[in-house]
Design a protein around this ligand. Structure first.
Ligand code: F6R
Length: 242
């Protein structure tokens, strides 16, 4: 793991956007694994800025998002489909047929998860996987568990995750289930970039970096990947002792 600490979330956004920009310039048909939530927004803003200022295209890029809520129409303002279009895709020249999500409303969730994993593998696997981290150290929606997960699957969200995300659901209750890429699928990405900002992430970051590798701290598995960049602001890094 290479750990980089910055003063602000905005500086992290500039630095991570630069990595994605270089990736797409060097490999125009890159396969990108993307995350939602508050954390990647500065990165997405800066990718858009670079796109508007640069001479490169996302037309051949494929994206795969980490997760999607169940029982939420994709047109809902809180679906990750809507989030990604609003925060990133609508401002790029990426093709709609190249952006991919798990369908949280699929009748047969097992078949849907298999379809998604097969598609990622058929695309040649993910070149760079962007991750945030939950207050409980989840990645994607892989909540603390007894075993590390494999491919995509349906998860029951923990109270910690519901408490962290329910602020976005002002009218309707937050979904209690989601489909998410599994840990093994995330770990098969060629490079992984995890961003954590703010004091609420400090304990998860300490456990992820300095604790044992355990499914009770899902992000700790990243210690076993050989190309991981961790971007932290000073608050998220504040409990690290090394
Ligand atoms: C989102 C995702 C989650 C978030 C995590 C942090 O696609 O997979 O693991 O990255 O819950 O969320 P924020 O960034 O809102 O603190």
């Amino acid at each position: 793991m290479i750990i980089k600490t910055f003063k602000t979330a905005e500086e992290i956004g500039v630095a991570v956007a630069e990595i994605f920009t270089k990736q797409v310039k060097n490999k125009p048909d890159s396969v990108l694994g993307l995350a939602t939530g508050a954390t990647p927004i500065p990165t997405y803003n800066n990718i858009i800025k670079n796109f508007n200022e640069g001479d490169f295209s996302f037309k051949a890029v494929k994206t795969y998002n980490l997760d999607e809520y169940c029982n939420l129409p994709k047109e809902d303002k809180n679906s990750y489909y809507t989030f990604m279009h609003k925060q990133l895709f609508d401002s790029l020249d990426i093709l709609e047929e190249n952006v991919h999500f798990l369908d949280g409303n699929a009748a047969d969730t097992e078949a849907e998860c298999k379809r998604y994993d097969d598609e990622i593998n058929a695309a040649g696997g993910i070149d760079i996987q962007l991750l945030g981290i939950g207050n409980n150290a989840h990645i994607g929606f892989n909540e603390p568990a007894d075993e590390f997960t494999n491919g995509s699957f349906k998860i029951t969200l923990t109270q910690s995750t519901i408490d962290a995300n329910k602020i976005y659901f002002d009218e309707n209750p937050m979904p209690t289930h989601a489909l998410t890429m599994g840990i093994k699928q995330i770990m098969s990405a060629k490079q992984i970039i995890l961003i954590a900002t703010g004091p609420k992430k400090a304990e998860a970051i300490k456990n992820m970096i300095e604790g044992p590798v355990t499914p009770q701290v899902p992000a700790s598995i990243l210690q076993e990947h050989d190309d991981v960049l961790i971007f932290l602001d000073e608050d998220a890094a504040s409990l690290l002792t090394k």
